[in-house]
Design a protein around this ligand. Sequence first.
Ligand SMILES: Nc1nc2c(ncn2[C@@H]2O[C@H](COP(=O)(O)OP(=O)(O)OP(=O)(O)O)[C@@H](O)[C@H]2O)c(=O)[nH]1
Ligand SMILES: [Mg+2]
Length: 837
Amino acid sequence: MAWAGPARQNLVNNFEVDNVNHDHLNTYEVGISVEVIMRLGPHLSQLCCRSQHRALLSFNPLSRHFLKVTGQRSASSAAALAEKTPPSEDVDAPQRPAYDLSDKDVERLRFQRNIGVSAHIDSGKTTLTERILYYTGRIRDIHEVRGRDNVGAKMDSMELEREKGITIQSAATFCDWVAKMPATGEQEKYAVNIIDTPGHVDFTIEVERALRVLDGAILVLCAVAGVQSQTTTVDRQMRRYNVPRISFINKMDRPGANPWRVINQIRTKLRIPAAAVQVPIGVEDNLRGVVDLVRWKAIYNEGEKGNVVVESDEIPAEVLQLAKEKRRELVEQLAEVDDEIGELLIMDEDPTTTQLAHAIRRATVGLKFSPVFLGSAIKNTAVQPLLDGVCAYLPTPSESEVTAHDTSLPHGAPQVPLVPASTAPLVALAFKLEEGRFGQLTYMRVYQGTMKKGQFIYHARTGKRVKVPRLVRMHSNEMEDIEEIGPGEICAIFGVDCASGDTFTDGSTSYSMTSMFVPEPVISLALKPKGTETPNFSRALNRFQKEDPTFRVHIDKESKETIISGMGELHLEIYVERMRREYNTECTTGKPRVAFRETITQRAEFSYTHKKQTGGAGQYARVIGHVEPMEMDEETGKDIAFENLVMGGNIPSNFIPACEKGFYEALEKGSLSGNPITGCRLVLKDGAFHAVDSSELAFRLAVIGAYREAYSKTRPVILEPIMTVEVVAPAEFQSAVIGGLNQRRGTIVDSEVREDEFTAIAEVALNDMFGYSSQLRGATQGKGMFPVSSSSSGSLPVVFTFPGEFSMEYKHHMPVLPQLQKELEDAYKKTLPQSKK
Ligand SMILES: Nc1nc2c(ncn2[C@@H]2O[C@H](COP(=O)(O)OP(=O)(O)OP(=O)(O)O)[C@@H](O)[C@H]2O)c(=O)[nH]1
Ligand SMILES: [Mg+2]
């Protein structure tokens, strides 16, 4: 059926889609030209707010790209979509039952929030979450990270987290909060699910999977350091999953705290309109509270742990002028992204509190704006107003537009909107696995329907039926048993075998949701148990591999060594340490090695016959096709593909999976350096078989042979991981640090000097980064005492040495320099059996 209707007409009228074959503009074949899409870019998302057009546009990879880059998200709910979309005469989509949200659903979802706390390392996420849990009554007392008071923060429950003072695994919890709603002035009770994520980039998968299932987030920033390298990473992850965020500028108690510089950085570096919704009362050590610019109230924290919130209509004289200025700035920023406020501004009218609150919510949920809150978690200041902000400005589960793929439809068919109705068929996504004291624990987000204890659920990928023996809600490492859980909720179940990113249903639908983005490991090392190997060695590795898709284990075919790969040295170090502590298996490790890769740079044809006649049954298989370079798919991270275009049964279809297997086997080791090959598509076009001598083995070997033969014609190169390195050090060492980075062939991409410290951001090959931490320490430590405030120091000025710190994040793979390529090739040749003879 052709896609007619007003939207198409609009497109045609306004964007002169003359060269489009209108008959092909149906839901299955979108024929909008590239130029039109390019010109439509920003408008597409508006069009897409309407489901029938979304169905249409979601087909075109380019239009999907625009949806992503414009960062738009429909503020209308999936439920609303299902309810409001008229039965469309112009869409050739299968008819589906519409599930209505009951009044109870509507009421429950309205007061439900699922949020993540994400940010750069050490910005205070866990400290903040600890306060949130305390003020909401989930914990009785506040404990600090790093187990300073011999207890440790609730969300950092792992012994290693408390020792190292860093979050390694994300932890989920839930709480209730009675929020003061700015739009109505009423107090309303909300249920909030929270996931505290690690900031260290080596554990980035934890952020990735949390953001995949959350509806909103608090982006925490340090009031001194501002937007840091991992802030940009987290920002990218939030955009990937269209997660609206409110920003929280923490550490306002630190000397040099400057929220206005940080807000500027949010606007310029993260490129999202942002404005403060509060101004601080007092600075640094004298921070006493904040002025709420929307409700126009001064808010103070009193009591030993800040649990008494005192509000006053009297704005302190010393901040009155600033508050007026910043309220004006808030209105102006909103006017850029919100029509109602824009019109009021043109007419020189001041928005009311309700208008302002509604506009902030609309723009935040619509991914066009981030309201900025301020405070100090450690000093227990302004955390409660932030919680009010979570309830007021972040979306309800029904405002997140969630879709699934109906596997009973042809590949590429439009996604199906999910409706968070408790009576709809169950659809849930497993986003995290953990082996707990009571067995395998699977964290789930229920998107549609209700999950009940004792119920049978179906694994969408394998079709396996499993019973839900135990259903719990997590409170960090503790759990609370529940009988059932509704849509829009987060829970965990026991005893279900699956992988992260798998979908579960009640068996009445064939829906499957997309998984999360999994980055490739960049570093590897050889691992050997000390003494004799016990079953614990492989038990531990199997478990870690299952829980963490960025941790990989393989046995090197030549050296027979066990090789573990991951996102960085710390990532691997933690697992080695956990093997010792949790599995009583001490290991020796080899030198960390960079995960080099190989890739092809041009297309090459192949026509290859595998033939063997050795007395008994022969082997015969012929394969014809080509291999070509392939770009990475932004959504899935995939950059290898096998395509079968064989017609007429020239290769019987039962041998095609063996051909595909052969292709993946050939990719395991490139002939230049023995590293895996990436960025490559194999297109199988034709072939031949023999009625007796052809077998799966013959076809698998034929593809391997064909690939190896074609490989030399593809001008293959070796790739190395390039890292974004961010160094923060006292300003006096700037030239030493920059010199050190240059020595390592780094390219400086950004630098910023603040009062006493500076930040340099450089791109450096990972291979050139070994030993950098001791070099940096050597260059910056002990040469002077640098005063920084300590969070635990109260108001006393304490002097610490500040040795300079750096963090590293994978950016991309790039071809190595010719000299390194030659070295790697020579080294690999020496390991090959023929060279040893
Ligand atoms: N001055 C000051 N220090 C803070 C504040 N909040 C947290 N800190 C300190 O910052 C350090 C890191 O705090 P965490 O809460 O562990 O930070 P995080 O963001 O959870 O860290 P990762 O999870 O490892 O990325 C600790 O030493 C805290 O005491 C704050 O508001 N002011
Ligand atoms: Mg933490």
